[in-house]
Design a protein around this ligand. Sequence first.
Ligand SMILES: Nc1ncnc2c1ncn2[C@@H]1O[C@H](COP(=O)(O)OP(=O)(O)OP(=O)(O)O)[C@@H](O)[C@H]1O
Ligand SMILES: [Mg+2]
Length: 507
Amino acid sequence: MTALVGFHDVAKTYPNGVVALRGVSFEVHEGTCHAICGENGAGKSTLMKTLFGMEAPSQGTVTINGVAAGPDHSPRAAAAAGIGMVHQHFSLVPSLTVAENVVLGREPTRGPLIDRAAARAEVRRLAERFRLAVEPDVRVATLSVAAQQKVEILKALARNVRLLILDEPTAVLTPQETEELFDRLRHLRAEGLTIIFISHKLREVRALAEHVTVLRDGRVTGDAPIAQLDDATIARLVMGRDVRAVRRQTRPAQGAEALRVAHLTLAATDPADRMQEVGLSLHGGEILGVAGVEGNGQRGLVSVLTGLARPDAGTVTMLGREALHLTTAARRRAGLAHLPADRYAEGGARTLSLTDNAVGIAHLSGALGRWPWLSRARAERRAAELIRAYDVRTQTPRQTLASLSGGNAQKLIAAREFSGDPKLLIADQPTRGIDIQAAAFIRARLITLAEQGCAVLLLSADLDELLSLADRVVVMYAGRIVARLENDAALTPEALGPYMLGLQTAA
Ligand SMILES: Nc1ncnc2c1ncn2[C@@H]1O[C@H](COP(=O)(O)OP(=O)(O)OP(=O)(O)O)[C@@H](O)[C@H]1O
Ligand SMILES: [Mg+2]
């Protein structure tokens, strides 16, 4: 079998001195699905960037079809060699339509003008061929993350691709959407496409890949057919130690009602925002899980609670106050914290330093001196504490958020939101894209916060996570709460399925 891709002793040191890869060697064979696993910061994305021509290795070579990629290797050259990549963080332009995004940079023209009809037709053809349903004329900004993901994949496949690199493609997908994506990918592989797939979820790796390479701290710690490795072995190769599952054991005494939502209705064009008569109540010390296929009103609920959207009807009482007329900042001062699902778009400022991102709102409390007389030294000490406590892998608090690996950036935002002594926390997909070890840490923190009296509204597409943490679960479907359930031993992911699909109600 020919190796389609070969990494030969590849090392990478970033200009700021971070050593991301230390002598990586392995091969990817044509027509296979090859998984890459490793902790946050292990070097997975960096390695893929050397293959895709976005980062030059500091040492060693990458071969494509036996030919060494030269110093002029670039994304354009990689595309010409038949490589497509879907990045960990979306690279779509939100203000453009789906069709415009897919053809971006190689727009079909008609005379001096962009041929929109041709672009639209091409997208329809691709969508049909790869069976990824997308609407060419819709603006990307209005799409759910799952729909955006499809557009990203379509864009990567648009030019005769032989090798598709997917950097954590399922981090933003629900179990159902993941299953659908896997179906498509298996289909593509059957047609001869080679796939490199990065994921933290062993279940997914097993479902799709036949070979796995494990990276730890920039080195290969395992490289074998997946059938030869059991889960415990892979986990040990990933982390160098074992992790325990986190589960809520005792239910703390209930505090005062921290959140009451009644008859909340939001008319919106996007079903992810639309709500009908939503009502719920949440007390201090409680963790209320919100289950549902993404795009069933959860985003609207979070937007209204955080003050980003105004409902058309209904009331929100938050920490004893009527909240709808309060600004986001006022709600935060009252004790609301929010870990957004899209940490990059909403949670952090990529070009600012880790310190600025970590203290973010802390200055509102006056703990670091009053803005604009914020104490720089105190801010940096605070950031350093959070970085240590949350095990964020960094060089210095002065580096930018963008220079962190994806999962480490998320840990930093989580650290900021969890540490301000919140009274009400909205945790939206808190462990998405975070490695097994860090996810266990975040879950344990959520439990601790609840034990300290914080009310936690937990939205998670990971049903195992939801059921291991929540006291009660509500299920959203088509903008309504269709089930209210006690999280007892009888409640399983399978039992939630019929509610999530709108086949059954228990409200
Ligand atoms: N542009 C950059 N400048 C400096 N350091 C970087 C840059 N990008 C990544 N790094 C560092 O290189 C190391 C490897 O990062 P990489 O993004 O490859 O990790 P990863 O395995 O993809 O992690 P994750 O699972 O969190 O996405 C990390 O220590 C990270 O902080
Ligand atoms: Mg990465």
